[in-house]
Design a protein around this ligand. Structure first.
Ligand code: HT7
Ligand code: ZN
Length: 873
C-alpha cells in the first residue's frame, strides 16, 4: 500500500563503493551512463533491487557483459537482478527528458528551452529519476561525474566535489569531470549545466585550505549575489569558531534558479538556491529578504557537517539534519543580529505554522513512524519543532558540554548515516547525561499544554509553584506521556529585578532557574520570599509548549513594563493582547484587558531607551492565524473583526499626534542604511505608519503614497504599498500598477506584487486572485508564483479565503487539480492550507469539506492523495 514504516528498517543488502556517471546533456534528450561498483553486504545471495522512475533503458551490462531480457526485471519503479557476483560492476544506459520534467525532481530545465539551464534536485527521492540506484540515504558512495554538452549552449558544467579535468570534443562539444572525495548518499548529488554568470572570492579555512567560493546566476541577477557571498563567508567563519567545522573541498558553489520546489538544497559543494533566497540588493529586497538570504545561505552551508558529513540513516531521521541545522542557523542569526528579535521571530514562526500543524489532522511526531510520501514530511514539525528539541537539549547540557557533545557526534559518525538515538548518545557522553528521555519528544506528536499556578504563602514566606502538563491526543496517538520540560523562570521584584531563588533543598539561590519538569504534575517551593511576586515563566521560550500561567491583565502589564528578558516582555504583550482579543471576540461591551494593553503600550511608546524593533513588535498583536487557534469553532470573519478592533483601539489610544510625530522623526533619520540599527528604526517607522493610517487616514495615506513614490529602497516601497492596501486607500491601485510596471521583468520582485494582492483584505479578493491566475506572468508550473498567489491567499488571508459563499475553497480546489498534474510536491503543499476544515463554524466547514471530498474522489498523485486522506481523517 506504499506505506514505509520506521519499524521495518533493514540495512541495505548491497552497497555502492563508487559510482561513475556520464551525462550527455541535452534539453529534451539526456543520456545517462552509470557504472555502479557494487558489493553485497551479507554472505547469502540477495537480489539487487534498484529504484528507477521515468527512465528509458538503452543498455544493461554486468562486469562488461550485456544482460539478456530474462536476467533482469524492469518495471515503473524498479530494476531487479536476481543473480549477481558478490562484487561486480553494473552498467546501465538511460535516456531522460529534462524539459518534460515539470515535477522539478530529478534532472529538469529551469526557464525556457532556448535560454534556460539544466539542474537537478535529488532530495528526497529524485535521483531515481536520473538513473537506477539504491535511492536511500544510508548507501554512501564516492561519485565520479563526467559531463558532456554543447559548449555554446552549456558553457558552465558543474557537479559536486572538486574539478578533475576538462577538454574539447568534436562538433563544438566539451567535457568537464568532477570527483567528490567524500562518500555521500545520492540525494546529495547535483549537476548544473547552462549559460550562467558568476562572482567568486577566495577563502582560507581555519585549518589552512584554500577554497574558491563561486555564486552562479543568470544574466543581470549576478549583480545581486554579493550579499549572499558575504553571508556565506560569515557563516563559514562562524562554523569554524563555534563548532570547529572547516570546509572540506577546494571549491564551494552556489547556483540560483527561479524554478525550485523549496528554499534551497545543500548538495555537497554545489548548493542550489531558490533565487528568492539568494538575490539581494536594496532596490529589489526588503530588510526581511536580507535576513532570509543570510539565514538560508548559512543553513545550507551548515548542512555540510550536519547532514552531509553526518547524514541520516533513513528519512524518518530527517530532523536529525534539519532540526539540528535550523538550530545552528538560529544561533548564527542571533549572533549576527539581535538575539531577542531572532528568538521572537522564531517563536512566531513556530506558533503560526508548527503549533497549528500539531493541533490538526496532519500532526505527526518530529520523527514520524510511517509515511506514504516523504516529500510531505518537510514540515514545520520536522524543521522548527525539531530545532526546539535541539535547543532544549543544548540548554540542558550547557554551552561547554554542548560543544563537547557535538565534537563527539562528529567524531563518532563522520562519513556515516546516523540516527536520533546515536545523536543523543554522543551528546550525552559529553557529561555523562542520559538524554534518552528526550526521545519521547521525538516520538510524540502534539503541543504539550503546561499549566502553572503560583501562590504566595505569607506564613511560610515561600512562593509555591504548581505545574501540570497534558498533551492532547493526535491522529494515531490517543494517549500521551509526560515529557521533560525545561522551565526557565524568575520571580520579579517591584523594580523587575530577578529575586534570589532558593528551592527548599538547595543552598544556591540564583536570580533565574531552570526547572526540569518531567511528570504529569509537580510542586516547587521557593524559600525566603518576602512578598507576593509575579513569576516570569518560560523565559526565552525554554520549551515548545503552550503555557497557561493564569496571569491576569495587571500581572501581564507589570511584566510588559519591567521584565528584563526581552522575549518574555514581548510575550507578556502577546498574552495581554490575547486576553483583549478574547474579550472583543465575545462581544463584551467593555473589555478591560483591551484598556490595559493599550494603556501599557502607550506608556512605553515614548520611551527612547527601548529598542525600536522590539517596540514595533510590542505594538503588534499576534497574527490572525495565531489568534484563530483559540477560536472554537472558528468564524474567520469574526476573528478578523476582533483583531481589527485591537489594532484600532491601540491606534486611538496612542493618538494621531503621537503617531504622526514619531513617524516624522523616524522618517527624518531614514537613509536606507542596512545596518541593524537602521533596520530596527525602519521597523518602527512602518509600524507607526500602519497605526497612523487608522486614525488619520487621509494625511497618512498621502504620506504613504509620497513615500512609495520617492522610496529609496524596497523596504520602504513595499511597506508603503502594503499599508495603502491594508487601509483600502484610493492611492493603493495606482501604486500597485506602478509596482507591476517597475518590476515586470524581475520574477522575485514581481512575486511580491502577487503576494500583496493575495493578502488584500477585500471582499472581492477571490475574484482578483482568479483574474491574476490568467495574468501573462502567472504560471501554475512555477512554485514561487503558486506560493505567492495561491498559498498566500489560502493561508494568510483568512477572511477572504473563507468567504462565506465558499468561492475561495472552489478556487483552490480547481487550482489543486491542475497543479497536481504538473508538480505533486507543490500541490500537496498547497493542499495543507485546507487542513483546518473541521475547526470551522458549520456552514464553512460543510463547504470546505465538500471541496475536499470532490478532490479526494479524483485520481491524484501519491503526494496529494496522502495529504487529502490525512486531512479528511
Ligand atoms: N534539505 C533540503 C530539502 C529540499 C527538498 C525536499 C523535497 C523536495 C524538494 C527539496 N528541495 C530541497 C532543504 C533544506 O536545506 O532543508
Ligand atoms: Zn535544511
Amino acid at each position: 500500500n506504499g506505506v514505509v514504516r520506521l519499524a521495518d528498517y533493514v540495512a541495505p543488502a548491497w552497497r555502492v563503493d563508487e559510482v561513475e556517471l556520464e551525462f550527455d546533456l541535452g534539453i529534451s534528450v539526456t543520456q545517462v551512463r552509470a557504472r555502479l561498483h557494487l558489493r553485497r553486504s551479507g554472505v547469502t545471495p540477495q537480489a539487487l533491487v534498484l529504484d528507477g522512475a521515468g527512465l528509458q533503458l538503452q543498455a544493461i551490462r554486468v562486469d562488461g557483459r550485456e544482460l539478456a531480457d530474462t536476467q533482469y526485471t524492469l518495471d515503473e519503479t524498479s530494476l531487479r537482478i536476481e543473480q549477481l557476483p558478490a562484487v561486480c560492476v553494473l552498467e546501465t544506459l538511460a535516456l531522460i527528458d529534462p524539459a518534460a520534467n515539470s515535477a522539478l525532481s530529478g534532472l529538469y530545465l529551469s526557464g525556457s528551452a532556448e535560454h534556460g539551464f539544466l539542474l537537478t534536485q535529488c532530495e528526497a527521492e529524485g535521483f531515481r529519476r536520473i538513473t537506477w540506484y539504491p535511492d536511500r540515504p544510508d548507501v554512501l558512495a564516492k561519485f565520479h561525474v563526467l559531463l558532456r554538452a554543447d559548449r555554446q549552449r552549456f558553457p558552465v558544467l558543474l557537479a559536486n566535489g572538486n574539478p578533475a579535468g576538462s577538454g574539447e570534443l568534436e562538433d563544438g562539444r566539451h567535457w568537464v569531470a568532477w570527483v567528490d572525495p567524500h562518500p555521500k548518499p545520492c540525494y546529495l548529488f547535483a549537476l548544473v549545466a547552462g549559460r550562467l554568470e558568476k562572482i567568486e572570492q577566495e577563502y582560507r579555512t581555519a585549518d589552512g585550505r584554500a577554497v574558491m567560493l563561486r555564486i552562479f546566476a543568470e544574466g543581470d541577477a549576478i549583480a545581486r549575489c554579493g550579499y549572499a557571498m558575504d553571508a556565506l563567508v560569515r557563516a563559514m567563519r562562524w562554523d569554524e569558531q563555534q563548532y570547529g567545522c572547516n570546509y572540506d573541498l577546494d571549491v564551494f558553489h552556489i547556483v540560483a534558479t527561479h524554478d525550485f520546489n523549496m528554499g534551497a538544497m545543500e548538495n555537497k559543494g554545489l548548493n542550489i538556491f531558490n533565487a528568492k533566497y539568494l538575490l539581494a540588493d536594496p532596490q529589489h529586497s526588503s530588510d526581511d529578504d536580507y535576513a532570509h538570504v543570510e539565514a538560508i545561505v548559512a543553513h545550507e552551508y551548515f548542512h555540510n557537517w550536519t547532514g552531509n558529513r553526518v547524514t541520516c540513516r533513513d528519512w524518518f531521521q530527517l530532523s536529525l539534519k534539519e532540526g539540528l541545522t535550523v538550530y545552528r542557523e538560529q544561533q548564527f542569526s542571533a549572533d549576527m543580529n539581535s538575539a531577542t528579535l531572532k528568538r521572537i521571530e522564531d517563536v512566531q514562526i513556530l506558533r503560526r505554522s508548527q503549533f497549528i500543524e500539531d493541533a490538526g489532522p496532519l500532526a505527526h511526531p518530529v520523527r514520524p513512524e510511517q509515511y506514504s510520501a516523504i516529500d510531505n514530511f518537510y514540515t514545520a514539525t520536522v524543521y522548527d519543532k525539531g530545532a526546539e528539541l535541539v535547543r532544549m537539549i543544548a540548554g540542558r547540557l550547557g554551552a561547554a558540554a554542548w560543544r563537547r557533545g557535538m565534537d563527539e557526534y562528529f567524531l563518532r559518525h563522520d562519513g556515516e548515516a546516523a540516527t536520533v538515538e546515536q545523536f543523543l548518545a554522543a551528546l550525552g557522553s559529553a557529561d555523562g547525561s542520559d538524554l534518552s528521555p528526550y526521545l519521547r519528544w521525538y516520538a510524540q506528536a502534539g503541543t504539550p499544554q503546561l499549566q502553572a499556578r503560583g501562590e504566595y504563602d505569607a506564613a511560610q514566606r515561600c512562593y509555591r509553584l504548581d505545574l501540570q502538563q497534558h498533551t492532547p491526543a493526535t491522529p494515531g496517538q490517543p494517549h500521551k506521556q509526560a515529557l521533560p520540560i525545561p522551565l526557565r523562570l524568575a520571580l520579579l521584584g517591584d523594580d523587575g529585578k530577578a529575586l534570589p531563588l532558593r528551592l527548599h533543598d538547595s543552598a544556591d539561590a540564583p536570580g533565574e532557574r531552570v526547572l526540569e519538569f518531567d511528570s504529569d504534575r509537580a510542586r516547587f517551593e521557593f524559600q525566603d520570599i518576602d512578598a507576593p511576586r509575579v513569576a516570569s515563566l518560560l523565559r526565552g521560550f525554554s520549551a515548545p509548549v503552550r503555557l497557561d500561567a493564569g496571569l491576569g491583565a495587571a500581572d501581564l502589564a507589570f511584566l510588559l513594563r519591567f521584565e528584563s528578558d526581552g522575549f518574555n516582555r514581548w510575550e507578556a504583550a502577546q498574552q495581554l493582547a490575547r486576553l483583549a482579543f478574547a474579550g472583543c471576540l465575545a462581544g463584551a461591551p467593555v473589555v478591560p484587558e483591551l484598556g490595559t494593553w493599550c494603556d501599557t503600550l502607550a506608556e512605553l511608546f515614548p520611551q527612547a531607551a527601548l529598542d525600536p524593533a522590539l517596540l514595533a513588535e510590542l505594538l503588534t498583536p499576534p497574527e490572525l492565524n495565531d489568534l484563530a487557534q483559540s477560536c472554537d469553532p472558528l468564524d474567520p470573519a469574526a476573528a478578523h473583526t476582533a483583531r481589527e478592533a485591537l489594532e484600532q483601539a491601540l491606534a486611538q489610544r496612542l493618538g494621531a499626534n503621537a503617531l504622526r510625530a514619531r513617524h516624522a522623526q523616524l522618517l527624518q533619520a531614514e537613509r536606507g542604511d542596512l545596518d541593524g540599527a537602521a533596520r530596527a528604526r525602519r521597523r518602527l517607522l512602518n509600524r507607526c505608519l500602519r497605526l497612523w493610517l487608522r486614525v488619520e487616514p487621509i494625511a497618512a495615506a498621502a504620506m504613504a503614497a509620497q513615500r512609495y513614490a520617492e522610496a529609496p529602497a524596497m523596504t520602504e516601497r513595499l511597506a508603503c504599498l502594503a499599508a495603502l492596501l491594508a487601509a483600502g486607500a484610493e492611492q493603493a491601485q495606482p501604486a500597485l500598477d506602478d509596482f507591476a510596471c517597475r518590476y515586470d521583468a524581475d520574477p522575485v520582485t514581481l512575486d511580491k506584487w502577487f503576494v500583496l494582492q493575495a493578502q488584500a483584505p477585500r471582499s472581492d479578493t477571490v475574484e482578483r486572485v482568479a483574474a491574476l491566475m490568467a495574468h501573462p506572468r502567472f504560471s501554475l508550473r512555477n512554485p514561487n508564483r503558486v506560493s505567492a498567489l495561491l498559498q498566500n491567499f489560502a493561508v494568510r488571508n483568512l477572511p477572504a479565503f473563507h468567504r462565506p459563499d465558499g468561492a475561495g475553497y472552489v478556487l483552490i480546489e480547481q487550482a489543486l487539480a491542475q497543479i497536481d498534474a504538473l508538480n505533486p510536491t507543490t500541490a500537496a503543499r498547497l493542499a495543507t492550507a485546507l487542513k483546518d476544515w473541521a475547526r470551522l463554524e458549520p456552514a464553512r466547514r460543510r463547504l470546505l469539506q465538500a471541496s475536499l471530498q470532490r478532490l479526494v474522489r479524483r485520481d491524484s498523485s501519491q503526494d496529494l492523495a496522502d495529504i487529502l486522506r490525512r486531512t479528511l481523517g
